[in-house]
Design a binder for this molecule. Structure first.
Ligand code: NDP
Ligand code: ZN
Ligand code: ZN
Length: 368
């Protein structure tokens, strides 16, 4: 089987943070294939906000000078390790933002493999189980991931709609069901930041039966947010006193914003019901911190939390719910290539996308 896998993969990589929106065609040695690994020939990849933050080195330095990002990958399985049981050659599958873990610790064995201390991210991450390979993402010809991080795609789902669910969809689904359960009727959830993650959070929260309130900085996305499943919309930069109107209102507030402009955490904590949580999946640059007063927490017994991706079990449930309820990312398809990567990264960084870029046309871009 090894013979069917090219020794080198091709991708669109960045050499240094100053060139974050100018990926160039690169060829690199691939990761080794372990017994539980799946090799995928990529056919589509979404552009996540994390791709931009990573390439700009807003979180941590770039670990390679040909760094390929992309972790909303869809492709076909072309080879599998000896011990793989969960997928077979030819299957259409997806890979999200995590691609390996020890599979043995208590987190790995209790549906929290995305929190494994020895886990590897899909890009710009050290894979301890693969000779410390620095992982490469899905703006590329092929991907390799442990089968636990490889999700079968329901047949009825289109590839371009499946891609954004691999990271954005799963990342919002997990905290929604962990905090509200799978039946959220009668519960009210607030979603902050209506981008790739946020527009899926509106849809999933609505699909779970919740009453949904969208928070966006301006009113420009109001009409679309209501179409996406929000019941109410608040433009935080325009409606200054929304806090009064929403006292004792929310069972959960999920922050999906990629930055902290205008984010007054005290306000959000003050509109929670008692014992409820504000959960941030949004990950601003590491230099940006959120301020909060302990007095704010006190009066609601509120909690501030975080959430990282989701488990495979949750990914499969999410795909099922998306199929059943018609949850569909709003996508703009774009040809993968140096030009396409440049355009999509630049426009997403400016907020000029409703709501997810998905790269396609991989056959045209890669010869391998
Ligand atoms: P997008 O760029 O698609 O959307 C981000 C949204 O955040 C925008 O639409 C905007 O919403 C708001 N926003 C943008 N810039 C700012 C700013 N400077 N200050 C405040 N708000 C801003 O990104 P994604 O949806 O792909 O990703 C969102 C965040 O989630 C990123 O930080 C990403 O790294 C993180 N993430 C975290 C994961 C996890 O496991 N925790 C997994 C995946 C992503 P609006 O116009 O409505 O205000
Ligand atoms: Zn992501
Ligand atoms: Zn583990």
């Amino acid at each position: 089987q090894e013979t069917t896998i090219p020794a080198t993969f091709q991708g669109f990589g960045v050499d240094k943070p100053e060139n974050w929106n100018k990926p160039k065609l690169v060829e690199y040695k691939r990761k080794i294939v372990n017994p539980h690994d799946v090799v995928v020939k990529n056919i589509a990849c979404g552009l996540c906000g994390s791709d931009i933050l990573t390439l700009k080195a807003d979180w941590s330095p770039l670990l390679r000078n040909d760094a390929v990002v992309g972790h909303e990958i869809i492709g076909h399985v072309i080879a599998i390790g000896d011990k793989v049981t969960q997928v077979k050659i030819g299957d259409r599958v997806g890979i999200g933002a995590a691609s390996n873990s020890c599979r043995d610790c208590s987190r790995c064995t209790h549906d929290n493999e995305q929190y494994c201390a020895d886990g590897a991210g899909t890009y710009n991450s050290v894979d301890a189980a693969a000779e410390d390979y620095i992982t490469q993402g899905g703006y590329s010809s092929h991907s390799i991931a442990n089968e636990q991080f490889v999700f079968p795609i329901p047949e009825a789902m289109e590839t371009v709609h499946a891609a954004p669910l691999m990271c954005a969809g799963l990342t919002v689904y997990s905290p929604l069901v962990r905090n509200l359960g799978t039946d959220a009727k009668g519960k009210t959830v607030g979603i902050i930041g209506i981008g790739g993650l946020g527009h899926l959070a509106l849809q999933f929260a609505n699909a779970l039966g919740a009453n949904v309130v969208a928070f966006s900085r301006t009113s420009s996305k109001k009409e679309q947010a209501l179409k996406l499943g929000a019941h109410e919309f608040i433009a935080t930069a325009e409606e200054k006193d929304w806090k009064k109107k929403y006292a004792d209102h929310f069972d959960l507030i999920l922050n999906c914003a990629s930055g902290i402009d205008g984010l007054v955490l005290d306000n959000y904590l003050q509109v929670l019901k008692v014992d409820k949580k504000f959960v941030s999946v949004g990950l601003p640059p590491t230099k940006d911190n959120i301020q909060v007063s302990p007095h704010t927490f006190l009066h609601q017994g509120a909690s501030f939390g975080s959430s990282l991706l989701g488990s495979k079990t949750e990914a499969l449930q999410m795909l099922e719910l998306a199929t059943a309820k018609g949850v569909k990312p709003w996508v703009e398809e774009i040809q993968i290539g140096e030009d396409g990567c440049h355009e999509a990264l630049t426009r997403c960084d400016k907020g000029d996308i409703r709501y997810r870029f998905v790269f396609t046309g991989f056959d045209k871009a890669f010869t391998a």
